[in-house]
Design a protein around this ligand. Structure first.
Ligand code: C2E
Ligand code: CA
Ligand code: CA
Length: 565
């Protein structure tokens, strides 16, 4: 029975040893090998024959050493031999398990030696090569951007805190630099994602080679890169920025196409602009947004007043998107008069926004924000539809003037929108006038001209708003088919006092006459201003003298022109 029991026990042991994923070798007090499993042989690429006899630890070492010698590329790796020899002394003196990792050829072996009761020991070994490689891959991926191979955001953050501490300790400065590609989305949309990726990779490559010792560049998101530069003199930052900017000079060749990429760069400096890493990055972002908005500057440095202003703009932009849905907007109308007959010729629609917390916000404040964030498109559509619907209830010969933002002309299908709106509302086309400013035309002249011609063809009229401010070129007037010129109100407010302003009013009226286009003077507040306009032969006027912008019902309009009930 005892024999049977023993047999069963040894069979169980055998099965257990075979099932182990670790290699195992049991040695007695005389360093002789008592037991070894298949996995152990496998790991060291040893044959089972070699282990038939009872081997001493020395024999095992020799065997493994022979194995190494037989495999040329393992010749210099005696690590596996040391696996036994090196650790045993430690094992027996400290009488505690010894474990660690060693390389065996191109393999990484983790091992543990444990003393057994009889003065021998057990060695377990495991091949952890794959696991370590996997870990290294993950560690790499967690620190580098997979597409460009540049350091990623995590590494940027680590480097930032190191550099920041270094700068603080050594009394030097640190520039945090954010770079954002302009119109990258268009590259992706128009040329496909693989072209977009190629651009990102090439920019990454250029930035990396632009960086010198001690400078850092990384990629922290879609089309966003970052850089860090420790410095003493401001000129050093300027020089670095110059190198970064030059990375965007040459177009990028992708599949036979040259793609030009421009960039917006924001810079914030420790300790001037921030006390810690978070604030530094935040402020570099703010500077970057300013660079994005600016037409003339690619590089902006953080300035303290950006902070508050931009925070406010961002919250306002967010609220603007909901303003229409929450019915916070309404239209007011300001009357436009014929100067000679004093008859009402129409009304200009002017939008009003009542913010739930801040109350009334003037259009001069929120329209630019709406243009920047794109909310001007739904808002502009709403204004046009509302104004046309309102005007239908007025008298047949009154016109409604609606302001169009340059952003709408550039990004919306205005012609289709106007056409639809006229059909929906039933308003006669000649009763709709669109007011646009010169900045509309400055951007894409050909597109603007094309749109204006199509609008003309629909039968509506187009007025040039705010004339005399900004660009004011005769060229604009000559090449575009305007039906009216509106002199900016800033000239009227000064016309009574300064000869210059009066001279401009006179010149614009003369210009209008020569082009056979009527001129409307904006911002007429006093009888004195009105008589100047009369003397100069200006045809139309609008201003507080005749009426402030106000909510207006159809009945009120009819009453005001003497046709009401
Ligand atoms: P704008 O097109 O030049 O509109 C005329 C502005 O002058 C209006 O300011 C009006 O209230 C003001 N105004 C009229 N008469 C007088 C006067 O006698 N004296 C003075 N001091 N001001 C006068 P508002 O309503 O604040 O609008 C400001 C600007 O916001 C508009 O200038 C226009 O550029 C823009 N805006 C207003 N509504 C819309 C809209 O629906 N769409 C777009 N895209 N822009 C709009
Ligand atoms: Ca206007
Ligand atoms: Ca105006």
């Amino acid at each position: 029975r005892a024999l049977l029991k023993l047999e069963r026990a040894s069979r169980n042991l055998d099965m257990a040893l075979r099932a182990m994923t670790q290699g195992l070798a049991l040695f007695d007090a005389q360093y002789r090998l008592l037991l070894v499993n298949e996995r152990f042989l496998e790991i060291f690429d040893l044959s089972e024959d070699a282990f038939r006899a009872k081997l001493s630890a020395q024999d095992v070492e020799d065997l493994i050493a022979k194995q190494i010698a037989a495999t040329p590329d393992l010749k210099h790796h005696f690590a596996a031999v040391e696996l036994f020899g090196r650790h045993l002394g430690r094992l027996f003196t400290q009488a505690e398990p010894v474990s660690g990792e060693d390389t065996f050829g191109d393999r990484i072996i983790s091992f543990t030696h444990v003393i057994t009761g009889e003065g021998g020991w057990v060695t377990t070994v495991e091949d952890v090569t794959e696991r370590r490689a996997q870990e290294a891959r993950l560690a790499y991926l967690s620190r580098f951007d997979a597409l460009t191979g540049l350091p990623n955001r995590a590494q940027f953050n680590d480097r930032l805190s190191l550099d920041l501490a270094w700068a603080a300790d050594n009394g030097i400065k640190l520039a945090a630099i954010g770079l954002d590609l302009n119109q990258f989305k268009e590259i992706n949309d128009q040329r496909g994602h693989s072209a977009g990726d190629a651009v990102l990779v090439e920019i990454g490559r250029r930035l990396e080679s632009a960086a010198q010792d001690g400078e850092f560049v990384g990629r922290i998101g879609g089309d966003e890169y970052c850089a860090l530069k420790k410095f003493r003199l401001q000129t050093e930052v300027g020089e670095f920025l110059g190198r970064l900017e030059r990375c965007f000079q040459a177009p990028i060749r992708v599949e036979e196409n040259d793609i030009s990429v421009s960039v917006s760069i924001g810079v914030a400096i420790y300790p001037d602009d921030a006390v810690d890493a978070e604030q530094l990055v935040n402020n570099a972002d703010l500077a970057k947004y300013r660079a994005k908005r600016s037409v003339t500057q690619n590089v902006c440095f953080y300035e303290a007043d950006m902070d508050e202003a931009s925070r406010e703009r961002r919250t306002m932009a967010r609220d603007l998107w909901d303003a229409l849905e929450r019915e916070e907007c309404h239209l007011t109308y300001q009357v436009q008069k014929n100067i000679r007959s004093r008859e009402t010729i129409g009304y200009e629609a002017l939008i009003r926004w009542t913010h739930p917390m801040r109350g009334a916000i003037p259009p001069d404040v929120f329209i630019p924000i709406a243009e920047e964030c794109g909310a001007i498109l739904p808002i502009g559509r709403w204004v046009l539809k509302r104004a046309c619907a309102d005007a239908v209830a007025w008298s047949d010969d009154l016109r409604v003037a609606v302001n169009l933002s340059p952003v709408q002309i550039a990004n919306d299908d205005i012609v289709k929108l106007v056409h639809e709106t006229l059909l929906e509302s039933g308003l006669a086309p000649q009763r709709l006038e669109l007011e646009i400013t010169e900045s509309t035309i400055i951007g894409d002249k050909a597109h603007a001209l094309h749109v204006l011609r199509q609008l003309n063809a629909l039968g509506i009229t187009v007025a040039l708003d705010d004339f005399g401010t900004g660009y004011s070129s005769l060229d604009t007037l000559n090449s575009f088919p305007f039906d009216k010129i509106k002199i900016d109100r800033s000239f009227l407010s000064e016309a009574e006092e300064t000869e210059d302003s009066r001279a401009i009013v006179k010149a614009v009226v003369a210009l209008g006459r020569s082009l056979d286009v009527p001129v409307l003077a904006e911002g007429v507040e006093t009888a004195g201003q009105l008589s100047i306009l009369e003397e100069e032969g200006c045809q139309e006027a609008q201003g507080f003298l005749f009426g402030r912008p106000a909510r207006l019902t159809g009945e009120e309009v009819l009453k005001s022109i003497g046709r009401g009930a």
